[in-house]
Design a protein around this ligand. Structure first.
Ligand SMILES: [Zn+2]
Length: 110
């Protein structure tokens, strides 16, 4: 993996982070015409909270990856220390485990 490749991913991640940060859905439930509308507003609010949690997790992953890019840790598996591989990082720039370790973790988590 070259510096240019890392820089490319870094720009990509920074853009993703900026767009996640700009999605700050309002949770205010204001004037409701009737109970049905209220119910659908509440359901909608729950959906937004779930989306927010996903975005928050995603932002954490991205920030972590960006931090690792600034150090010399980026692109190496946190488990075995091996190279994660450029193809995998392109597909998933926030990956912190190599394919083998990731599969191993998913097997043991299941
Ligand atoms: Zn590994």
């Amino acid at each position: 993996m070259t510096e240019d490749q890392v820089r490319h991913l870094k720009i990509h991640l920074q853009e993703q982070l900026a767009s996640l940060q700009s999605e700050t859905p309002a949770l205010a439930i204001s004037h409701c015409a009737d109970e049905n509308e209220f119910a659908s507003l509440v359901a909608d609010a729950y959906t937004r909270v779930a989306v927010n949690e996903r975005s928050a997790r995603r932002m954490q992953e991205i920030e972590e990856a960006l931090r690792m890019m600034d150090g010399m840790e980026y692109g190496y598996c946190r488990e075995c220390g091996g190279e994660i591989g450029w193809a995998r990082l392109q597909a998933r720039p926030t990956a912190i485990f190599c394919v083998d370790c990731q599969e191993e973790r998913e097997r043991s988590a299941a």
